[in-house]
Design a protein around this ligand. Structure first.
Ligand code: PMT
Length: 327
């Protein structure tokens, strides 16, 4: 048997799966608006720099994608992710001097808002006797920091926020983002923390209206979502520095799975995290290292993303200097 034929077949299968996915996806609303915002953002940050070669730009993906079961969607399969990892990492990337494209699930955690309560509008504010609105004393610092830091990042053109809900929106947007990112070569980074659906119902096979609850069995055929990581690395943005994540609940298989993903998708690093300890520690798996990164427990408000982004930013700088050294 000819092994090269085998890998060609696999590539053809992936290519046809990718084509089928995009052909079946409902067209993205605001596509032109998104492209315009992106081009402006990347152009702005390519001009501004400390060293004359433009800023580093990272696309942080955050939150879980949904796979709808009906075209006029009432029900969907969801993926677990609060968006905490992506939102927190965005703050540390901005601190490290990056411009950030924050591709996030609508309604998930937002950068600079992590210290606010669940219902900030109702819990952080109160009406005075004259019916003026004021911030409650207990939330004064958190509200001020959130507003000031958020507006500073957005107004100075360093943070672009783009929301998605479905797997169709997410992958179309990731593809759109990768186009101008390709043009900035190794200064681009993808930090893929989103929890992406593994299965979906192709749009053309999906019922239009709400599935009726009369029958005892729900018979829906879901097909695998093509792993876009290989496509991103090979075609969409081959010079970008790519970090993906591996989430497991069984710590015994986590590192092997992360190593497998690193090799299979040709990532520069895979961040391995176990569900219950993900806010305390992660392991950064690269081709020649396994680095455990932990939150500084002596500081109540330290985050594991603080040392994690420092490490990845250093690795990214080394990669920009010599892209061939790290693959
Ligand atoms: O948001 P939090 O509550 O803070 O939690 C953070 C997190 C645990 C969700 C995050 O740290 C994390 O691990 N995210 C990835 C979880 C995941 O879905 O892993 P996966 O094995 O399904 O996918 C691995 C990688 O492949 C991911 O980087 C994903 O973006 C990518 N992928 C997945 C499926 C697919 N069809 N295409 C992809 O590109």
């Amino acid at each position: 048997m000819d092994a090269s034929n085998g890998s060609q077949d696999t590539e053809q299968t992936l290519d046809s799966q990718v084509k089928a996915f995009f052909d079946s996806a409902p067209p993205l609303q605001n596509r032109n608006d998104i492209i315009q915002k992106l081009n402006h953002f990347i152009q702005l940050n390519s001009l501004s720099s400390e060293n004359g070669i433009g800023k580093r730009i990272v696309c942080v993906t955050s939150g879980g994608t949904t796979a709808p079961l009906e075209q006029r969607c009432v029900r969907y399969v969801d993926n677990f992710s609060s968006g905490h990892r992506g939102a927190t990492s965005t703050e540390y990337f901005l601190k490290a001097g990056y411009a950030v494209i924050f591709l996030y699930r609508r309604g998930s955690f937002q950068p600079f808002c992590r210290s606010l309560p669940d219902d900030p509008l109702l819990e952080c504010f109160e009406a005075t006797e004259g019916l003026n609105i004021q911030v409650r004393e207990a939330y004064s610092k958190a509200v001020k920091t959130a507003i000031v830091d958020h507006h500073a990042a957005v107004d100075s053109g360093l943070l672009l926020k783009l929301p998605f809900s479905t797997i169709f929106e997410y992958l179309q947007m990731l593809q759109i983002i990768s186009k101008p990112m390709k043009d900035i070569g190794p200064r681009a980074m993808f930090y893929l923390a989103a929890a992406v659906s593994d299965f979906y119902v192709p749009w053309k096979d999906m019922v239009e209206h709400k599935i009726q609850s009369g029958s005892h069995i729900l018979d829906v055929k879901l097909v695998p979502v093509p792993k876009m990581l290989s496509v991103l690395r090979k075609d969409w943005a081959p010079l970008a520095f790519c970090i993906s994540f591996k989430l497991e609940t069984d710590s015994n298989i986590l590192l092997n799975k992360a190593r497998g993903a690193l090799e299979k998708y040709n990532m520069h690093a895979v961040v391995a995290n176990e569900l219950s300890t993900r806010k305390e520690q992660v392991v950064v798996v690269t081709i020649d290292d396994k680095i455990t990164v932990q939150r500084d427990k002596s500081k109540a408000d330290d985050d594991v993303e603080n040392p994690l982004i420092k490490l990845l930013s250093q690795r990214h700088s080394a990669y920009i200097e010599d892209p061939k050294r790290m693959r």
